[in-house]
Design a protein around this ligand. Structure first.
Ligand SMILES: Cc1cc2nc3c(=O)[nH]c(=O)nc-3n(C[C@H](O)[C@H](O)[C@H](O)COP(=O)(O)OP(=O)(O)OC[C@H]3O[C@@H](n4cnc5c(N)ncnc54)[C@H](O)[C@@H]3O)c2cc1C
Length: 467
């Protein structure tokens, strides 16, 4: 244990903060982490991991209910939601405990409480309403994450109107569920509940679901998820939520159509997140805030010398792997590590783990056209891939976008089974500044879903073999 003086103090022990702490230790610095709740942050405790455990249950449920397609006779399936939630919480607990172990293994001091800046190089840790200790740090990394956004009239109450937290631990399955917002979080919950037999309606303010994805992929997702029973209202707003005893009446206003009121058992608000910037002692410092996030440069530096910000609190994309990457590069920057490299946000993959899965990296077709690129686009459908047919997963598409002049891979967009695993191949390719020629020359194992990545590349140059 240190005397309270460190090279680096990290406020927040999520996927941005804890890897920053470990990397700083690897580079020979003394490090403390201040965490007010659980090590592992939202990601391990209330985000990525518990939702993936829930979605695995939904996937198994889907397979069992379609067992006959595989020549298997099974009885009816019953959902024991209590055990489903328990499994998800167990996954979260195990992972969070793993981070505690990593902190110990790396000789990182963990201080329990809320950290805030208290003058140059000083952090006060508040616990139970009192200032517990004061720490000194040559460098301070703010990794405090974000929380669910709410709007006036659309506030969660934890009972009938849920944020992602309550949506993850239902006491019972609602019969009718409204999901407000169709980003990754909204769509994952819609998919999970729909697979378990809940009637799900999704309302999206923009003209299409999963608005950050390539338009073609978001249309396919809309079509496929609708086919599975989810009702979508796009270009629509929920203008009010009126709570009853055990239900909520939602007024849904689809653009250009008369508003209508529908009743749901529960509502999930998935309308974005806001950075945890309050109470950090930023007033009077050079740290600047843009609406709800801290402004940083490509090296994670804020406007205050010696103060850095990483992860969700430092803005989009709000993804755990972006937070981790920033945390590591921040530690390397502080240490003056020669291999440190600045953040490139254009090569960060994004995944939605609904059924079918969605994954992408780089420019969408529209974005490439908008910046004036001449492009070649390849498409390969799952229905033409042997492994997809053998798996019984024939819905999906792999789309690739290349610069027509240089052959540079500009973007890849996928929908279908296991695409969240496949996307990494294209992420590596983009980081190596791969062209179509190198991808074409690469041998892909057979039979695999990844063969479609090859075929999609070939298709962009009118050379696909299997379509
Ligand atoms: C339902 C859901 C599903 C998600 N699924 C995915 C996914 O599949 N893939 C993906 O990449 N991302 C996913 N995300 C997003 C991902 O969880 C976040 O991008 C990631 O957790 C951000 O990491 P972070 O370290 O910046 O912040 P956080 O994980 O929020 O961690 C911040 C930590 O700081 C602590 N803290 C805050 N203020 C203080 C303070 N003053 N003092 C001390 N401690 C403090 C908090 O308690 C918290 O532990 C999901 C999010 C949600 C909500």
């Amino acid at each position: 244990m240190s005397d309270g003086s460190y090279d680096v103090i990290v406020i927040g022990g999520g996927p941005g903060g804890y890897p920053a702490a470990i990397r700083a230790r690897q580079l020979g610095m003394t490090v403390a982490v201040v965490e007010r709740e659980h090590l592992g942050g939202i990601c391990l405790n209330w985000g990525c991991m518990p939702t993936k455990a829930l979605l695995r249950t939904a996937e198994v449920h889907h397979l069992i209910t379609h067992a006959a397609d595989f020549g298997l006779k099974v009885g009816s399936v019953e959902v024991d939601i209590d055990r489903v939630v328990k499994r998800s919480r167990k996954v979260a607990k195990r992972l969070s405990a793993g981070i505690k172990h990593l902190m110990k293994k790396n000789a990182i001091d963990v201080h329990d409480g809320s950290g805030r800046l208290a003058g140059s190089g000083r952090v006060v840790v508040d616990k139970d309403g009192a200032s517990a200790i004061e720490l000194e740090g040559r460098h301070i990394i703010l990794a405090t994450g974000a929380r669910a956004r709410s709007f006036p009239g659309l506030e969660p109450d934890g009972e009938l109107i849920w944020t992602y937290k309550e949506a993850m631990i239902p006491k019972e399955l609602p019969r009718r569920l409204l999901v407000v917002g169709s980003g990754a979080i909204g769509i994952e919950f819609a998919s999970f509940y729909n697979d378990l037999g809940v009637e799900v309606t999704v309302v999206e303010a923009l003209p299409r679901i999963l608005p950050v994805e390539d338009e073609e992929i978001s249309k396919l997702a809309h079509k496929q998820l609708s086919k599975m029973g989810i009702v979508f209202h796009v270009d629509a707003k929920v203008s009010s939520l009126d709570k009853g005893d055990d239900s909520v009446s939602a007024t849904i206003q689809v653009s250009g159509v008369e508003a209508k009121t529908e009743t749901f058992d529960r509502v999930i608000l998935a309308v974005g997140i806001v950075g945890n910037v309050e109470g950090l002692g930023l007033e009077g410092t050079g740290v600047e805030i843009d609406q709800t996030h801290i402004i940083i440069n490509e090296w994670t530096e804020t406007g205050e010398p010696g103060v850095y910000a990483v992860g969700d609190v430092a803005g989009a994309p709000w993804l755990a792997h972006k937070a981790t990457h920033e945390g590591i590069l921040c530690a390397e920057r502080i240490a003056g590590f020669s291999g440190a490299h600045p953040m490139r946000t254009d090569r960060i993959p994004g995944c939605t783990y609904c059924r079918p899965q969605i994954a992408s990296v780089g420019m969408t077709e529209a974005a490439a056209v908008e910046v004036g690129r001449e492009i070649r686009v390849g498409r390969f459908p799952f229905i033409a891939n042997g492994k997809a047919i053998a798996l019984g997963e024939v819905e999906g598409l792999i789309k690739t976008i290349f610069d027509a002049k240089t052959g540079e891979l500009l973007g890849a967009h996928m929908i279908g089974a296991e695409v969240t695993e496949l996307i990494q191949g294209f992420v590596v390719a983009m980081n190596l500044e791969t062209t179509e020629a190198e991808l074409m020359r690469t041998v892909f194992a057979h039979p695999t879903l990844s063969e479609m990545m090859h075929e999609s590349t070939l298709a962009a140059y009118d050379r696909a073999i299997n379509i």
